[in-house]
Write a protein that binds this ligand. Structure first.
Ligand SMILES: [Zn+2]
Length: 273
C-alpha cells in the first residue's frame, strides 16, 4: 500500500498535469457520480491536497473530489487520452487539452461540496499530516502523551491513521529504529528523550522518503551502497525488509515479526527494551 510520501508524490504529478488548464472532460466509472461529470466539466482545478493517504482534488466551483487509493488504487498522468496498457479498471479521469490524470482500481471516490470535506468520516478522524501541514516535533510529543494514545503499542499506533496521517508499514519499522524504540513498547514506557526522537524521526523520515523516492536509510550510506552495486531493496531502508541481515549500526541480526498481521522489523540491540 502506498504511504503518505508516495501519495503526496502522486498528488504532485496530478497537480502538474491538471492545474492551470481548463478541464475538457471528467469521467466517473460509478453510476452515482455520473451526474457530476457535467458539473465539473469546463472548470479549473485549483490544487490537489493530501490528508494522510487521501487525496482532495479542489475545483474552482466549490466541489472537491475525495479519493482514497486503499490497497489497489493507482494514478497515472499521461498525454491527453493516452491510456496505459493495464488490466486495471479506470475509475476516475480528468482530461484537458494536454494531459489526462487517470485513477485506476480505486473504489473509494466521492464528490463533496467544499464545506462537507471536514465532516467526511475519514478526513474528520485522520491525524496530522506531516507533509501538508506545519506539524512540529513538540506537537507530536504532546500527542504521544494524550490519554487515547499513550497506553497503546507503538506498532498499532503508527499504523493508525487517526494518530499520524500517512504513516504505513515501512515507515513504522523505520521510525522505531531511528528513534531506538523497541516495537513492543508504548509511548508511556518511553523516556522523554525517546518520545522526542520518535517525533523527530516521524517528521524527518516522511520528508526524506517524499523527497528521495522512498529511501529512509541514511542518504550518504544509501548513495555509497548504490555506487558499490547494491540494488534498491538492499540500500533503501535501515531495517525494513532486512530480516537476518546485519544492522547497519552495530551488525546485530535484524528480526522480523508480525504486528497487526503486518510485518515489522527491528534491531534487538539498537532497540532494546
Ligand atoms: Zn542495531
Amino acid at each position: 500500500m502506498p504511504e503518505g510520501p508516495e501519495i503526496r508524490k502522486a498528488a504532485d504529478y496530478v497537480e502538474k498535469a491538471v492545474v492551470g488548464r481548463e478541464v475538457l472532460e471528467i469521467f466517473f466509472a460509478f453510476d452515482h457520480l455520473k451526474d457530476y461529470e457535467e458539473i465539473l466539466k469546463g472548470r479549473h482545478i485549483l490544487r490537489v491536497d493530501t490528508k494522510g493517504k487521501a487525496m482532495l482534488t479542489r475545483f474552482d466551483n466549490g466541489y472537491t473530489i475525495y479519493s482514497h487509493n486503499q490497497l489497489y488504487g493507482k494514478w497515472y498522468t499521461r498525454n491527453a487520452y493516452n491510456y496505459p496498457k493495464t488490466n486495471r479498471q479506470l475509475r476516475f479521469a480528468i482530461h484537458n487539452e494536454k494531459k489526462s490524470a487517470l485513477l485506476y482500481s480505486a473504489s473509494d471516490i466521492e464528490v463533496l461540496r467544499d464545506e462537507e470535506v471536514e465532516a467526511h468520516p475519514f478526513i474528520a478522524k485522520v491525524g496530522p499530516d506531516i507533509l501538508s501541514e506545519d506539524v512540529t516535533k513538540e506537537e507530536l510529543v504532546e500527542r504521544f502523551h494524550e490519554k487515547r494514545f499513550h497506553r497503546r503499542k507503538w506498532t498499532s499506533l503508527l499504523l493508525d491513521q487517526a494518530f499520524i496521517g500517512g504513516i504505513g508499514n515501512y515507515l513504522r519499522s523505520e521510525i522505531l529504529f531511528v528513534a531506538g524504540i523497541h516495537p513492543e513498547l508504548r509511548p508511556v514506557d518511553c523516556t522523554e528523550e525517546q518520545l522526542e526522537k520518535a517525533a523527530q524521526a516521524s517528521i524527518d523520515l516522511m520528508w526524506q522518503s517524499y523527497k528521495h523516492k522512498g529511501i529512509t536509510n541514511d542518504l550518504e550510506l544509501a548513495e555509497k551502497l548504490k555506487a558499490s552495486g547494491a540494488k534498491r531493496y538492499e540500500y533503501r531502508h535501515w531495517v525494513f525488509n532486512r530480516e537476518g541481515k546485519a544492522c547497519r549500526v552495530d551488525g546485530t541480526e535484524i528480526i522480523k515479526f508480525r504486528a497487526g498481521s503486518r510485518r515489522c522489523y527491528y534491531c534487538p540491540t539498537c532497540q532494546s527494551k
